[in-house]
Ligand binder design. Sequence first.
Ligand code: ADP
Length: 168
Amino acid sequence: MCNKFVRAIFPGSFDPITNGHMDVIRRSVKLFDELIIAVGRSPIKNQLFTPEERVEMIAELITDLPGVSVESFEGLTVEYAAQRKADVILRGLRSLTDVQYEFQLAMTNRAVAGIETVFIMTSEQYGFTSSTLIREIASLGGDLSNLIPPNVHKRLEGRFNRLSSRKA
Ligand code: ADP
């Protein structure tokens, strides 16, 4: 038996974090000694929440999870992983559609930095949940209470109420 300490990073946009992401995080706690949720500060993506807001929402959700922390990062995931001395990258899988993209990403990261990616499959009930859809449904006033944590729901409501009152 090997008693190696394993540190994982879970990189993503998390704009916003969903119950699907949380499901993957909760499952992974049993596999790793330390997990850093890494919110990407992508200059390209069209973002609803600032990296600081995304980190804040996640921090509120992980207070009961031992060994789990959250921070934001800029630049290449593999460079960030090296800087944080991570042993593996964690990614979540929803469906076969995810596999193709994630496979390519994992192979590239392994080829350029020699880092392995570990995948965790989400529960069936979150297989269709994506941050993009959440943002769209929220902007149209749909009910999202089963798909996102209550603190995220509150922030989304605040965000879209403010936007609609500005338009009126
Ligand atoms: P990215 O822009 O890096 O894809 P996301 O925040 O969309 O960032 O996703 C981060 C990771 O979480 C990815 O591996 C993605 O496949 C996974 N993920 C997204 N939604 C879910 C979900 N509902 N269930 C499980 N994993 C998910």
